[in-house]
Structures are given as C-alpha cells and as structure tokens.
Write a protein that binds this ligand. Structure first.
Ligand code: FPP
Length: 252
C-alpha cells in the first residue's frame, strides 16, 4: 500500500471562515494561446510568456501564506494539439526545469510532479526526477506541477493499484473508503486545494484535481495567464479569506 505517513494535515483550510488565506492554491493556467494570437504571434510565444509568469507566482507564495501551489501545465487531453505545439511545450518544460532548477532549490521550493510519466520522453522524465530529488529537502513552498495529468486518469490509475493490493491480499475490500482511495492518488502527500483559480474567462475545471477539489472554492477570472500577477493572486486570496466555508455543515 502507498505510504501516507507524510500526508500533510489540512488545518490551513479556513473551515470556520475566519479570514484565513488559502494554504493550498491550484491554478489552471489558461489563455496563453489567445494572449499570443492577440499580439499576432505564434501560440508558443504565449506559452513562453506563461512560463515566465510561473516564476513570479511561485516567488510571491510565502508572502501570501500559500504553502502549496499546484499548477496545471499539460493535460492528458493536450496531446490532441498540433505536433508543433506539443513538441514546443515539451521542449519548454525541459528548458524550464534545467533553467529554474538552481533558483527553485535556492528559494527553498520543494517541487513535485503529478500525472502519468509513461508517455513523456525519457529526457524530460529524467529532469523531473532530478528536480524532485534536488529539492526534496526544502521546506518552503510546495510547488506541484501537473504534467500529462488528468483527474479521471489519476483516479483510474489509483484504482488499478488499489485493486492490485486487494488481489494480493494486502487490502480488504471492506477497508476501501474515502480515506483509503486518496492514498493511491498522485497527490497523496498533499492537502486538498482550498482555492482553485482558472484564468482566461472559461468556467470549467477540465479534468483538474477532480477528487481533491470536492470542497474547494473556485475563482474564474478573465485575465489571460501571461497577464496574471502576484497582485491579482493576493486579491483572490483576500477574497477567499472572506468566504464562509462550511464543508456541508450548518453553523451553530
Ligand atoms: C493553456 O493555454 C495552457 C497550456 C496548455 C500550457 C500551460 C503551460 C504554461 C503556462 C507554460 C509553462 C509551464 C511551466 C510549468 C514551465 P491555452 O494554450 O489553452 O490558451 P488558449 O485557451 O488561449 O488557446
């Protein structure tokens, strides 16, 4: 069975709506293509601008009290894009990891990747492993990058491993419940997101953190990802703090 000994508690979630900011923010970084096209540039130009934005947003997390930042970089559905765009994105991920490795380590950021690595090229997987390894001792911001990630795919892969444990006699079907299944998810060491943000005006979650976001608060904003700033994130965090999160309960 997957070890869950280092599962982070989720006390940062503002369960009583006391004005606390989000401890875990998850972002669907959308709008790179439109940002580039509105400037008469190719879509990849927008992805490069988007990658620069990632740095600014990671850097502002400590000052906003964000301990966990999870970003959606490439979905299981994004393979349907043109070969040129997919290859350009993969090359951008390789370059980003190589270039940012030292800075992330120096800024005390711990990086993890979620998603299925099977379809990713060997060089990229090697860099992902290396970045995880180099930053595993850091205890500042926890940056999780979803790469070839899909919520349904994650649940299917988790269920497969769980079924294998049942077949091997390591787990009883009677013990399968809401506590057990998440231990098999890619996110098993992370708390659930408190706030999910999607940029670019689309109001859908596109297969992102389906299980984990059951009680998240959502913000759908018009800003295109390359224009998203630390200031705007700060405003959304303050708005989150003012929300009344009841998790299905009634306030007495
Ligand atoms: C969605 O915008 C964005 C993506 C599919 C890629 C996200 C990647 C980045 C922000 C760049 C780099 C990330 C890292 C971690 C280095 P879109 O292309 O769907 O935009 P559109 O809806 O305007 O077409």
């Amino acid at each position: 069975m997957v070890s869950n000994t280092d599962t982070a508690p989720s006390e940062g979630a503002s369960e009583d709506g006391t004005g606390q900011g989000p401890r875990h923010v998850a972002i669907i970084m959308d709008g790179n293509g439109r940002w580039a096209q509105s400037r008469g540039r190719p879509r990849l130009f927008g992805h490069h601008a988007g990658a620069k934005r990632v740095r600014e947003i990671v850097e502002c997390c400590p000052s906003l009290g964000i301990k966990y930042l999870t970003i959606f970089a490439f979905s299981t559905e994004n393979w349907k894009r043109t070969q040129v765009e997919v290859a350009g994105l993969m090359s951008l991920f390789r370059r980003y990891i190589s270039k940012e490795m030292k800075a992330l380590a120096a800024r005390n950021v711990r990086v993890r990747f979620i998603g299925d690595r099977v379809r990713l090229d060997a060089k990229l997987v090697q860099l992902m492993d290396q970045l995880e390894e180099e930053t595993k001792g850091n205890d500042g911001t926890n940056l999780t990058i979803a790469l070839n990630y899909g919520g349904r795919d994650e649940v299917a892969r988790a269920t497969k491993r769980l079924a294998q444990d049942v077949a091997a006699g390591k787990l009883s079907p009677d013990d399968v419940d809401e506590e057990t299944l998440p231990k098999y998810l890619d996110t098993h060491v992370l708390p659930d997101p408190d706030l999910v943000i999607r940029t670019s005006g689309e109001a859908r979650i596109s297969n992102f953190l389906l299980w984990q976001s059951a009680y998240a608060e959502y913000e759908f904003i018009d800003t295109l990802w390359p224009d998203f700033t630390a200031e705007e994130l700060g405003r959304l965090c303050r708005g989150y703090g003012a929300r009344d999160r009841r998790f299905g309960a009634v306030k007495t």
